[in-house]
Design a binder for this molecule. Structure first.
Ligand SMILES: [Zn+2]
Length: 351
């Protein structure tokens, strides 16, 4: 394993950012290559500790000559967000200097060619970081961006062009659900990883071996040794299943048994009032139309001081908020409905 340090210039003299890149060289030039990054939203750490648990498995494979395709790993993809503390609280989702979400504003190239990247020299440190992450990842057959939700199941975002082709990956990783999307107007890292291939010729696009996904490893507090180990094993199974690593002892993944639904089936349930949230449901619960999802206590003890929120359709609870204070209009949870949501949203679900 080779380690190198990337440096991103800050926006004023004396400030720069660094992050490590780990590389394992594959022995077979024709084998699929893989790129993994974690903590682009800098406070989302389940993927960071999964990579920590994965590395000994990769080092062992390397020592035994079983690495077939090149592997590039960026365990801390966002040194800018990692350093952002605001009134004592970590703020890793938005760049404080611009209020831009760190997982938006990636360049969506017309073709998978790094020469098409816009010049980020004067674009701000966060743009330089995004440009560099695209450069590092571009050209890999497999691109995994490891995130987490507030509280949630393990699930993937996958572009429709890669489904059901990636069902083996979802099975290998052991995720509970897959959310399928088709348009990206905001420039997510995943969008930057798959949109350049949409108009490419078949020999470049290689959709039969391509993987691009945002991995949502449950909730923000689901950072522990047991989950890190099982997630690392899932990542390893994916790398073996797709031929990046050879391991004859590992069986091929079975069929994916989780939920796969289009993004338009998701109900986000904006809160009708602000207040304290009492949830009736948790991630993984199956609900039927009309079931109470939550009660918002906005005027404690008063006659009309509570507002109840009910399921608009049958479905499964994918996520809910990790905090219990809410403003009116903020989303209470993600309900993956059995059919299209009356409040269907396109593009990214959240700011
Ligand atoms: Zn995230």
């Amino acid at each position: 394993m080779q380690k190198s340090i990337e440096r991103i210039a800050g926006d004023s003299d004396g400030v720069s950012y660094e992050f490590p890149v780990l590389r394992l060289a594959g022995a077979d030039k024709t084998a699929p290559s893989a790129y993994l990054q974690a903590a682009l939203h800098a406070g989302e750490l389940p993927g960071v500790v999964a990579i920590d648990a994965l590395m000994p498995m990769l080092n062992k494979a390397e020592a035994e000559g079983r690495i077939r395709g090149n592997i590039t790993i960026v365990p801390w993809a966002n040194p800018i967000g990692r350093a952002q503390y605001h009134f004592g609280e970590h703020q890793g989702r938005f760049h404080l200097g611009t209020r831009t979400n760190f997982n938006r504003g990636f360049p969506l190239l017309a073709a998978p060619d790094a020469r098409l990247l816009p010049d980020a020299t004067f674009g701000g440190a966060d743009q330089r970081l995004k440009s560099r992450l695209v450069q590092l990842s571009l050209g890999h057959d497999i691109v995994l961006d490891l995130h987490c939700d507030d509280e949630g199941l393990a699930y993937l975002y996958v572009h429709t062009s890669l489904w059901p082709g990636m069902a083996d990956c979802a099975a290998a990783m052991g995720v509970d659900a897959v959310v399928l999307w088709s348009e990206d107007t905001d420039g997510t890292f995943e969008g930057a990883s798959i949109m350049p291939y949409q108009n490419a010729s078949a020999d470049v696009a290689k959709f039969d071996r391509r993987v691009a996904t945002t991995v949502e490893y449950r909730g923000i507090l689901d950072v522990n040794g047991a989950l890190a180990k099982s997630d690392a094993e899932g990542l390893y199974r994916l790398l073996v299943a797709r031929g990046v690593i050879s391991d004859t002892a590992l069986p091929a993944p079975g069929p994916f048994k989780g939920v796969a639904a289009p993004l338009e089936n998701i109900d986000m349930m904006p809160a009708p009032r602000g207040g304290a949230v009492l949830y009736d449901v948790k991630p993984g619960d199956r609900v039927t139309r009309g079931a109470r999802l939550a009660t918002i206590v906005h005027a404690p003890g008063e006659a009309d001081g509570r507002t109840e929120v009910f399921a608009p359709q049958d479905g499964i609870i994918l996520t809910r908020r990790s905090r219990r204070i809410i403003r009116s209009g903020e989303d209470l949870l993600k309900l993956v409905g059995d059919r299209k949501s009356a409040d269907a949203r396109s593009g990214t679900l959240e700011d």
